[in-house]
Design a protein around this ligand. Structure first.
Ligand code: PBG
Length: 322
């Protein structure tokens, strides 16, 4: 049955021009969201577990937004590092909180850059969990109100998109209700809909100082063996009013991204998380692989799987590779 030598697959691989012409997936800067860690003051501090990534002080927020605009990036995703934490994570919904102030500065500096805010409590709670505790359990329903308050305070500051990453049940509906009641019916919700309890978040927890003081996140984040459950999570979030649904982590979940894209269409976001980023960086530092090439390959794989939006710490360096 072989039609060789009439059919030769290698013909279209012969030159860079031909490969580019028949490329089925492309990365465009406008599809990338660049995650940033913002602290209140001091100098920018490099994060040892994430080569090339730093915690930035608030006063650099405007310049960072301008840099995102100059690179043509789709937007930024902000995580706050507050000066103080408490049991109820009150820094998350403080109108003068670090993220709220960063949003204001960024929207002033570069109004067209989409500003997305992480709406979660774990960076602001003394115990490091994504909700309030009852004994040693994260208490779902009382957490919903605090998440809605967080989202409203971020929308008030000017966030275009709020991104709940806590994995409480019913949070998208609670946030949508809260935003609408406060007059922010136009604020977009990008939910971390299928978020797995992943070891690949390790470097992030160092970066954001958000490691749980006791226990882990397995009672709210998803169990890695499951896939039907991810689709159910995404369907529920869409029903509750999510505008964009996200799969996280990215590379370990290519199958989930593809199933989600086939089932729901877009927009689907994929998060290349801290551990995915850092393992490539560290391998490159050791000379084991070409870091730039590996980063591009890992990211285009997310596009090929079906992601419309890609969240990556490598956003600025990828722009040069497109
Ligand atoms: C907060 C949050 C986490 C990440 C994004 N939002 C950490 C976690 O759930 O433990 C991880 C991002 C990354 O690893 O790059 N809930």
């Amino acid at each position: 049955m072989s039609r060789f030598p009439t059919v030769r697959m290698r013909r279209l691989r012969r030159t860079a021009g031909l490969r580019r012409l028949v490329s089925e997936s492309r990365l465009h800067p406008a599809q990338l969201l660049w995650p940033l860690f913002i602290k209140t003051s001091g100098a920018a501090t490099p994060i040892p577990a994430m080569p090339g990534v730093s915690q930035h002080p608030l006063r650099e927020a405007g310049d960072l937004a301008q840099r995102a605009a100059d690179l043509g990036l789709g937007g930024v995703l902000l995580f706050g590092i507050p000066d103080r934490k408490d049991d109820a994570g009150s820094g998350a919904y403080d109108h003068r909180g670090v993220v709220q102030e960063a949003v204001r500065a960024m929207k002033r500096a570069a109004p067209d850059v989409v500003v997305v805010t992480d709406a979660c409590l774990c960076e602001y709670t003394s115990h490091g969990h994504c909700g309030v505790l009852k004994g040693d359990r994260v208490d779902n329903d009382p957490t919903l109100d605090l998440l809605a308050r967080t989202a409203v305070s971020q929308a008030e500051a000017g966030a275009d998109v709020v991104a709940p990453s806590d994995m409480m049940d019913g949070r998208v509906a609670a946030i949508r209700r809260g935003l609408d009641a406060a007059g922010f019916s136009e604020t977009v919700i990008m939910s971390y809909a299928a978020k797995y309890a992943s070891a690949f978040y390790g470097p992030f927890r160092e970066a954001a100082g958000s490691a749980p003081q006791s226990g882990d996140r397995r009672s709210y984040q998803m169990d890695p063996p499951n896939s039907d459950e991810a689709l159910k999570e995404m369907a529920l979030d869409l029903e509750e009013g999510a505008d964009v649904v996200m799969v996280k982590p990215g590379l370990p979940c290519l199958d989930i991204i593809r199933r989600a894209k086939d089932r729901f269409g877009g927009p689907i976001a994929a998060y290349q998380v801290s551990g995915e980023y850092s393992m490539i960086k560290f391998a490159a530092e050791k000379g084991a692989l070409d870091g730039q090439q590996a980063m591009w390959e890992a990211t285009i794989a997310l596009r090929r799987a079906g992601a419309d939006i890609i969240i990556t710490y490598a956003a600025p360096e990828l722009v040069g590779k497109m």
